[in-house]
Design a protein around this ligand. Structure first.
Ligand code: ADP
Ligand code: NA
Length: 330
C-alpha cells in the first residue's frame, strides 16, 4: 500500500532556524520520511504577508532550504520545494477563498493577534487570507496528515472544513487532512523568560538559540539562562521552568532520557549542567552548520535541487488543480 502523504511548510522569515523550530517541528519532518510520502515546502508566499525586504527574503528562502537539507530532509525520498515556484498554490487559494465566509476567516485567532500587533489598518489582506493559502498548500497534495503545533490547530480545522465543503458542493476532489500529533513534541522556551516560548518574533536575543549561530555565542546564552534560586537539578516545568527547558534541550539533542540526565546530575550544580549542555549544542550544530554552508556555497546545485523539487510538486499539484477547475466549471 502507498505510504500516507504528509505535508508541512516553514516560513523563510529568519536567517536561521532556532532550536524551537528544529526540536518542535523540523526534527519530526526528518523522522516522518521513514513512514510517509513527505512534501515539505519553504512557504515564501506566506512570508510576504507582513512586509519584507526582497533581497533578504531571497537569501532566507535559500538558507531555509539549505538548512532543511542539512538536518536530513532527503530530496531523493521526499519532495522539497519552494512555494512560489508552484503557481498552483495561489490558483487554488483563489477558489478556496470563494467558498470561505468572510466571518469564518475573521475568526482566525492568529490573524487577530498579528493584526492587533501591527495595527488593524496596516495589516494586509494577505495576512487575512493566509489560512486560505495554507489550505491550498495542503489540499493540492491530497495530504493525509499535517504535523501541527497548538498554534496551527485552528488553521488546519479550516483546511478540513474547506475540503469537505468543496467536496460536498462540487464533488469529491480533496483528501480531508488529519492533524498529525507528535507525542513527545518538545516545547522549547525562552532562555531569558523560561515560561514563554522561544520565538523569533518575541524572544530577546539572549533568549533564543539559532542553529546557525557560533556555538560560543550559544554557550554564553546558556550560561546566562534564567533558572531559579534552588540548586537541585530536577525536571519540574511548573516550579523550575528554566531547568526543565535546559533538560528538554539536552535530552532532545543528546538522545538521553530526562530521567537518565536527572540521575547523572544528582549532586551537581546548575553550572555543570549549563557547561555540558553548551558542549552538546556545539557538537550538534557543527555538522549542520558545515552542511548548510556547503549547500549555500554551491548555489547552482541548490537551485537545481529546488527546481527538481518544484517539478515533482507541480506534477501532483497540477493534477489536483485541473480536477478542481473542472469541478468548478472552468
Ligand atoms: P516563531 O514562533 O519563532 O515565529 P514559527 O512560527 O515560524 O516560529 O514556527 C515554525 C515551526 O516551529 C512551527 O511548526 C512551530 O510550531 C515550531 N516552533 C516554533 N517555536 C517553537 C518552540 N519554542 N518550541 C517548539 N516548537 C516551536
Ligand atoms: Na510564530
Amino acid at each position: 500500500p502507498a505510504r500516507p502523504r504528509v505535508l508541512s511548510g516553514i516560513q523563510p522569515t529568519a536567517d536561521s532556524f532556532h532550536l524551537g523550530n528544529y526540536l518542535g517541528a523540523v526534527r519530526h519532518w526528518v523522522a516522518l520520511q521513514d513512514s510517509h510520502d513527505a512534501f515539505y515546502c519553504v512557504v515564501d508566499l506566506h512570508a510576504i504577508t507582513a512586509g519584507h525586504d526582497p533581497a533578504v527574503l531571497h537569501q532566507r528562502t535559500r538558507r531555509a532550504a539549505a538548512q532543511l537539507l542539512a538536518v536530513g530532509i532527503d530530496p531523493e525520498r521526499s519532495t522539497l520545494f519552494v512555494q512560489s515556484q508552484v503557481p498552483e498554490h495561489p490558483q487554488l487559494a483563489w477558489i478556496l477563498g470563494c467558498i470561505t465566509g468572510f466571518g469564518e476567516a475573521g475568526r482566525m485567532t492568529q490573524f487577530k493577534d498579528k493584526s492587533q500587533k501591527q495595527g488593524s489598518d496596516r495589516a494586509s489582506v494577505g495576512l487575512f487570507t493566509y489560512p486560505i493559502l495554507q489550505a491550498a498548500d495542503i489540499l493540492l497534495y491530497q495530504a493525509d496528515a499535517v504535523p501541527v503545533g497548538e498554534d496551527q490547530r485552528q488553521h488546519l480545522e479550516l483546511s478540513r472544513d474547506l475540503a469537505q465543503r468543496f467536496n460536498t458542493t462540487f464533488g469529491a476532489t480533496f483528501t480531508v487532512p488529519a492533524a498529525h500529533i507528535v507525542k513527545d513534541t518538545a516545547k522549547i522556551t525562552d532562555l531569558q523568560e523560561p515560561r514563554a516560548k522561544m520565538s523569533k518574533s518575541s524572544s530577546a536575543p539572549g533568549g533564543i538559540i539559532d542553529l546557525l549561530e557560533d556555538p560560543a555565542r550559544s554557550a554564553k546564552k546558556i550560561r546566562s539562562a534564567v533558572t531559579d534560586t534552588g540548586r537541585e537539578i530536577v525536571f519540574d516545568a511548573e516550579a523550575k521552568p528554566g531547568i526543565a527547558n535546559l533538560l528538554t534541550i539536552y535530552s532532545a539533542l543528546s538522545g538521553r532520557g530526562i530521567d537518565d540526565l536527572v540521575g547523572a546530575y544528582a549532586g551537581k550544580g546548575y553550572g555543570d549542567l549549563k557547561k555540558d549542555l553548551a558542549e552538546v549544542v556545539a557538537e550538534f550544530v557543527r555538522p549542520i552548520q558545515a552542511r548548510t554552508q556547503g549547500y549555500l556555497d554551491d548555489p547552482a546545485q541548490l537551485d537545481k535541487l529546488l527546481a527538481t523539487g518544484a517539478e515533482k510538486a507541480r506534477a501532483v499539484a497540477g493534477a489536483t488543480l485541473r480536477t478542481a477547475y473542472e469541478r468548478v466549471g472552468f
